[in-house]
Every structure is written in structure tokens, then in C-alpha cells.
Write a protein that binds this ligand. Structure first.
Ligand SMILES: Nc1nc2c(ncn2[C@@H]2O[C@H](COP(=O)(O)OP(=O)(O)OP(=O)(O)O)[C@@H](O)[C@H]2O)c(=O)[nH]1
Ligand SMILES: [Zn+2]
Length: 301
């Protein structure tokens, strides 16, 4: 390898500014030209331009790529993930829409997904939350219960083995306890965020950027990505074919429709609609599928 050529992993992104970890050293990076196609989790080949700066020459081929998108553009969330955790809580109430969209995004990207139910100490709403998660566990998404506040050691003992050797992302609505969990799993997270924020020059109070923490104590290649809480998880970029496959409970019925190009909305002799009427597919999931098909047709890019 020639002088000044390095390989690192992108640990934070803010606008067109990136931070790469190269063997523990943090380098500010920019892309060549106007490219903004770099994601947190990308393995990058760099040329060092000063003590703490570098230019990204090349992005290594990604194993997976998680996106979200609206009508106008798609936004890279993270690269090379192996799994996605959706954090929900007994309270405040969580949105099925966001859970399902995250699960669909994970399935479409080839990433394992699981749900963490936090705040089990709030016993008054525990049964209701468990009940609301049943449709997901019956689809095969594992649900793990923790209480970051009341049983932090149990939370770490539950999550650490799941994170070992994996590249994970935590996502969730605001208030579910995602930051509390990150702080348990990454004791120096606050310090790291301040360092990253300073290095990226994001402004004093900005912590709303996606960042990656290495979890070296859990073994090689263990890392966790914290993404800012968001309410919207647009999936305009998923094509019709990708959508029907990303609803994993549709799979046993695909191919059983009368029309090979069935969209499973109003068509006669549709195997999906049949399963829906028999209660084998949840109504809210089919409704979301219809909504996502509609979004997919609105894409302007
Ligand atoms: N009762 C209870 N409260 C918790 C638990 N975990 C977190 N909380 C509280 O829930 C609130 C939200 O927690 P955060 O960790 O800030 O949640 P977040 O999901 O990161 O939310 P944002 O920072 O808004 O994105 C805080 O007041 C926490 O103290 C828990 O296990 N039980
Ligand atoms: Zn059909």
C-alpha cells in the first residue's frame, strides 16, 4: 500500500462531512467532487491529507444498505448492517406504522430485525404492550423485554449476546429509551458524541446525526449504530415486487393468485386477500402494504 493510503470505517456523517475510524484514530473525511453517497458503516479507502483529515477515494462494496426515502430522494441510513433493533416501550405508546415500516425496510435490505420492549417496570401498560407485539412475534420477529432504568444489568445481559459479532442499528420513536439503552451498552457514548460533534463541527447542541460505536469488548466486528429518533420512515424506493416480498407473512401465499401480476388490493381470486379474510394476515399490515404501494408509485426520482 502506498504512503498515505488508509482503510477505515465511517462512524458518523453530517451533511457532506464524515468521520472515519482508522485503527482507533478519527479522521475527518470529505468525498471527491460533490458525492454524498457515503453511509455510516461504510468501509472506505482513504488518502490522508493532513494529520486528522482525509479524502475518501473509494467505498468498499456493501453487504447491505438500509435506506429511507420520500417522494423526492432516498437517504442512506447505514451500510453493512447485519441486524436492526426496533426499540418500543410500554409507554409512551408506540406506532405500529413505524414498527412495520422498519421491519419491511430490514427485510427488503436483507437485515435481521428484532424488537426490544423497554420499560417493563411500567407494569400498568405491560400486558397491553405485549399484546400489541404478538402479531410481530408470530411473524417470526423476536421480541426481547428489558428495563433500562429498573434492571440495567439484566438489559445488558440480554442485549450483549445479541450484539456480539454483529453490526447493529437501534431505531425507535422519541421517548422509547433508545438513548438510555445506548448509554448502558456504550458507557462512554456521551463523550464519544461530543468528540464526534466537535470533529464534524456540527454545532454545539447537535446530537442528531447517525453514529457508530465499536463494541470491541464483545468481539471483533461488533458495533452498534445509534440513529436520531424519527417519526417518518418513508419507503418510496421499494418497488412493488420488493414490497410483496418484504411483508414476510405474505410469502406462503405469493404465487397463489389468479393473476400473475396481482397487486393484492382488489383483484379477484387473490391469495393474499383470501388469507386476509381468514385472519392469517393482519389487517393493519395489509393496509400498510397498500399505503406503501401507493408511495412507491409517487416516486419522482
Ligand atoms: N420507567 C422507565 N423509564 C425509562 C426506561 N428507560 C428510559 N426511561 C425514560 O424514558 C425517557 C426517554 O428515554 P431516552 O433514553 O431519552 O429515550 P430516547 O428513545 O432516546 O428518546 P429521544 O432522546 O427523544 O430520542 C427518559 O425520561 C428515561 O429516563 C425504563 O426502563 N423505565
Ligand atoms: Zn393477489
Amino acid at each position: 500500500m502506498s504512503e498515505g493510503k488508509l482503510t477505515g470505517i465511517i462512524i458518523a456523517a453530517h451533511g457532506r462531512h464524515y468521520l472515519a475510524d482508522v485503527d482507533g484514530a478519527k479522521l475527518q473525511c470529505v468525498t471527491r467532487g460533490k458525492k454524498t453517497n457515503v453511509a455510516v458503516g461504510d468501509i472506505v479507502h482513504l488518502t490522508r491529507t493532513s494529520n486528522d483529515q482525509a479524502v475518501i477515494d473509494r467505498i468498499e462494496e456493501r453487504k447491505t444498505l438500509l435506506y429511507r426515502s420520500d417522494q423526492y430522494k432516498s437517504k442512506l441510513l447505514a451500510a453493512n448492517l447485519t441486524q436492526l433493533f426496533i426499540v418500543v416501550a410500554t409507554e409512551p405508546g408506540f406506532a405500529d406504522d413505524l414498527i412495520s415500516r422498519s421491519l419491511v425496510a430490514a427485510d427488503a435490505a436483507g437485515i435481521e430485525a428484532r424488537i426490544i420492549l423497554n420499560k417493563t417496570d411500567v407494569t400498568a401498560s405491560l400486558d397491553r404492550a405485549r399484546e400489541r407485539l404478538l402479531p410481530y412475534s408470530s411473524m417470526g420477529y423476536p421480541v426481547d423485554e428489558v428495563s433500562a432504568r429498573a434492571e440495567p444489568e439484566h438489559a445488558v445481559a440480554t442485549l450483549a449476546p445479541l450484539l456480539a459479532g454483529q453490526s447493529s442499528i437501534l431505531i425507535g420513536q422519541s421517548g422509547m429509551g433508545k438513548s438510555s439503552l445506548i448509554n448502558l451498552l456504550v458507557p462512554d457514548a456521551d463523550i464519544a458524541v461530543r468528540e464526534i460533534s466537535a470533529a464534524l463541527d456540527t454545532g454545539k447542541h447537535t446530537t442528531t446525526f447517525t453514529r457508530l460505536y465499536k463494541l470491541d469488548e464483545l468481539g471483533a466486528n461488533s458495533s452498534i449504530i445509534d440513529s436520531p429518533g424519527f417519526q417518518e420512515f418513508g419507503l418510496y424506493h421499494l418497488s412493488e415486487g420488493m414490497l410483496e416480498r418484504a411483508f414476510r407473512e405474505f410469502q406462503p401465499y405469493l404465487g397463489g393468485c389468479k393473476f400473475y401480476n396481482c397487486r393484492h388490493l382488489i383483484e379477484p381470486q387473490c391469495a393474499i386477500l383470501q388469507a386476509l379474510s381468514e385472519g392469517k394476515i393482519a389487517k393493519m399490515r395489509h393496509t400498510l402494504y397498500g399505503q406503501l404501494l401507493h408511495e412507491s408509485a409517487q416516486t419522482l426520482y
